[in-house]
Write a protein that binds this ligand. Structure first.
Ligand SMILES: Nc1ncnc2c1ncn2[C@@H]1O[C@H](COP(=O)(O)OP(=O)(O)OP(=O)(O)O)[C@@H](O)[C@H]1O
Ligand SMILES: [Mg+2]
Length: 406
């Protein structure tokens, strides 16, 4: 049976995760390897030291190679971090054929015209251009306009952009690590690809990826990305607050958070399960107060949720996403986070699950892996969908239309 492999790499600020997936001819996808390394040289998801990041990337790649029995596949990177931006723009062109029939070429020109009308594009690289709607002579067309007739065609297009400098640093980091990069895609959309159902994307849903130093949100509606934002706060800030609050080293604070941290309403059960030796209700893990720990965690989490709520308001979707919120990233491992989300955003909420994968799927079941898995999944889809390699001219790299079309 012919198989095709793809490797997805998520350059996270705490860890770099690499996963190798393989698609069988029957459409099944299995995990053939996964490896991670602690990350150096990144800040808020952006590379600030190429040498250090390249070393970490090599480490993750080595770990991947050790874990895989196939591991040959094209390598794809996710681009996330602060500075990732989302813009919509319209472009109007005259239909070119004399008989007024709209052609594929016209669609391309309309999308190109939207790109020309983009504002504040200086110093930015376009990662994705996704046409979301068309109008012919001012009438909205809900399906493919090719073959319809008119004088003027207008496209509304979504653009996901990144600072050119960040993009260049990623390419340099891969070069320096000796890993040949096939293409790159926006990380929040890759996360969505790994954990959302088609129905959720249709109804309206938000992914909240709580990482180490960033929290990314990506909203989908009617199958298209509707909004995307990256906040510079993550679960690492919670650890820092615990370190300061209890005056303990970061490592100790991290252990305290992972082993005893919770935002569960009634956390009795959690505490007693995790710290059977501590009988006093208010005390966990030596002399640390459980209440104080929870307060510190909730304080910082509420910052993240305030930013999220503000954004939902800004884009007119406060309390208005029937598909609710799906929470991913390492920070989503905090017990009680789904209820907390439900309560604070007044929306349905669930934890991300990475399903339907065979092979070594246990290695990537933690929602911190959703990014790496999603990147590889998009790569597989693109290949199976017949997309040609985007590597080559700098003009064509990163321009994917196929993968995110319905
Ligand atoms: N069981 C747990 N409970 C609470 N937090 C956890 C748990 N496991 C991991 N985390 C937190 O998840 C964070 C790392 O998440 P993740 O791997 O998604 O980040 P990253 O992708 O490296 O960073 P970023 O996305 O900000 O660049 C750390 O702050 C870690 O403390
Ligand atoms: Mg991350």
């Amino acid at each position: 049976m012919r198989t095709y492999g793809a490797i997805g790499i998520d350059l996270g600020t705490e860890s770099i995760k690499a996963v190798a997936l393989e698609a069988g001819a029957d459409g099944s996808v299995k995990v053939v390897g996964a490896g991670a390394a602690l990350s150096e040289g990144l800040r808020k998801g952006v590379i600030v030291n190429i040498d250090a990041a390249a070393k970490s990337l090599s480490g993750a790649f080595e770990a991947l190679k050790k874990s895989t029995n196939a591991g040959n596949g094209n390598v794809y990177a996710g681009i996330g971090g602060v500075g990732l931006s989302f813009q919509k723009s319209k472009g109007l062109v005259a239909v070119s054929r004399a008989d007024g029939e709209v052609s594929k070429e016209d669609l391309k020109r309309a999308v190109a015209a939207s790109e020309n009308n983009l504002v504040r594009i200086q110093n930015r690289e376009i990662l994705h251009s996704i046409p979301i709607s068309y109008k012919i002579d001012n009438e909205t067309i809900t399906h493919d306009p090719v073959g319809l007739s008119g004088l003027k065609l207008e496209a509304e297009t979504l653009f996901i952009t990144v600072f050119a400098q960040h993009f260049k640093s990623i390419l340099k980091t891969f070069d320096e690590a000796g890993v040949s990069l096939e293409d790159a895609i926006s990380l929040p959309m890759a996360v969505a690809e790994a954990i959302l159902s088609k129905r959720e994307k249709e109804f309206g849903v938000m992914v909240l990826d709580i990482g180490f130093s960033t929290t990314s949100l990506c909203i989908f509606e009617e199958n298209y990305p509707y909004s995307l934002e990256v906040f510079p706060i993550g679960s690492g800030h919670i650890t820092n607050d615990i370190a300061v609050g209890f005056q303990i080293p970061i490592e100790e604070a991290e252990k305290l958070k992972i082993n005893y941290g919770t935002v569960e309403k009634n956390s009795e059960a959690h505490i007693s399960k995790k710290s059977a030796k501590n009988s006093a209700d208010d005390i966990v893990y030596g002399h640390y107060s459980r209440k104080k720990l929870t307060d510190i965690i909730e304080d910082r989490l509420s910052d993240i949720f305030e930013l999220t709520e503000k954004h939902l308001k800004k884009v007119g979707r406060e309390g208005l996403l029937p598909g609710g919120v799906v929470i991913a990233g390492g920070g989503s491992n905090l017990p009680g986070i789904a209820d907390y989300t439900r309560e604070h955003l007044k929306l349905p909420a669930r934890l991300a699950e990475i399903n339907n994968l065979g092979g070594l799927h246990d290695k990537v079941k933690n929602p911190a892996w959703a990014g790496a898995v999603g990147i590889a999944l998009v790569a597989l889809e693109k290949h199976i969908g017949g997309g040609t390699s985007a590597r080559g001219s700098k003009e064509t790299i990163m321009r994917w239309f196929r993968a995110f079309l319905p």
